[in-house]
Design a protein around this ligand. Structure first.
Ligand SMILES: Cc1cc2nc3c(=O)[nH]c(=O)nc-3n(C[C@H](O)[C@H](O)[C@H](O)COP(=O)(O)O)c2cc1C
Length: 308
């Protein structure tokens, strides 16, 4: 969500760019404006935002590229990794690379429609780990700006081990900048990845940055300090609580009614609760909340609870 990305950049930072949640590609000569709401530049704030799309129709990809260019974007990312069954079994997300012809047509269309700014995000495969390795020489023929690899299969969803050896095996076949993604939750996790893979163009962080909004900042300090000793910085729950409160206020001001606001806050707390000593109890109370008053009671006193 744009509000999270914008506020995170304002209050924490440490992020070079943010990939926005995927926008579905829909056939037609125009993109419905509501699909672009989350990437409107005024909603995104100062953080560089890369819009992401999902689908398998090259014509729709071209139409989307034009719509994004009209908004001022020179970049677009194609999601080839979403593991949700409803998406993958239609040949989208992690299902797309399983159909080599569809996949290559999308790469071609994307590179043409968004020259020098087209990137993809991909897993090792949907059911097995060999799809990316098999496709890598073909991917290498396309001038992608970047490829982000999440070294799991689609059926693993977001659980089980990431396969760093399989990631290492595809690296030499991919000539474009490669970004690693998966299970980076601490500075130590980040350090392990960049030390093992020194040629990486970057590390993409999802859940880790939601659970610890200051993670990007600590990574930046470590990088700027010449990658010295890896020390876990002290946590600042009051700062995180203030961030959650600001996000809540922004959602209340921009979304309609309790459901969308509480839905987003419940999802946020599913990650954020680990920050607080009484996190599990707070999470339960947040998840039970049906009204703004319930929610506010649940998080009342945040920032004063002891740190984990
Ligand atoms: C609820 C949820 C929604 C996600 N939505 C997207 C998405 O729209 N686009 C995307 O590229 N990845 C999406 N992801 C995947 C994350 O970006 C990331 O690849 C994944 O969580 C693994 O990285 P992490 O261990 O750093 O979280 C989503 C993950 C979750 C759990």
């Amino acid at each position: 969500m744009a509000a999270f990305r914008r506020l995170h950049a304002e209050r924490f930072g440490g992020v070079d760019y943010a990939v926005a949640p995927f926008i579905p590609l829909v056939a037609g000569a125009r993109v419905m404006p509501k699909l672009l709401a989350d990437v409107l530049p005024e909603a995104c704030g100062a953080v560089r935002t890369v819009p992401q799309v999902i689908g398998k129709d090259p014509a729709a990809l071209r139409v989307m590229a034009q719509a994004l260019q009209d908004l001022g974007y020179a970049e677009m990312n194609l999601n080839c990794g979403c593991p949700w069954k409803m998406v993958a079994r239609k040949g989208r997300g992690s299902g797309l690379p399983e159909n080599e012809d569809d996949f290559l047509r999308m790469l071609e269309a994307g590179c043409e429609a968004m020259p020098d700014g087209f990137s993809i995000k991909i897993r090792l495969g949907m059911k097995t780990k060999d799809t990316l390795a098999r496709l890598a020489p073909r991917i290498a023929e396309h001038p992608l700006k970047e490829i982000a690899v999440h070294p799991r299969t689609g059926v693993q969803m977001y659980e089980g081990d990431v396969d760093l050896d399989a990631f290492a095996a595809v690296l030499p076949i991919l000539p474009m900048p490669v970004v690693y993604n998966g299970d980076v939750r601490t500075l130590a996790d980040y350090a392990r990845i960049v030390v093992r893979f020194p040629g990486l163009a970057g590390v993409m962080i999802g859940r880790g940055l939601v659970a610890d909004p200051a993670l990007g900042e600590s990574i930046r300090v470590w990088e700027d300090g010449g990658r010295g000793e890896v020390k876990t910085p002290p946590r600042d729950p009051a700062r995180v609580a203030a961030f959650a409160a600001e996000l809540y206020a922004t959602y209340r001001a921009t979304l309609c009614g309790p459901s969308p606001v509480l839905g987003r806050m419940k999802e946020l707390w599913g990650h954020l609760h680990v920050y607080f000593e009484d996190g599990p109890a707070r999470l339960r109370a947040v998840q039970r909340s049906r009204s703004f008053a319930d929610y506010e009671r649940a998080v009342n006193g945040l920032g004063t609870s002891a740190i984990r």
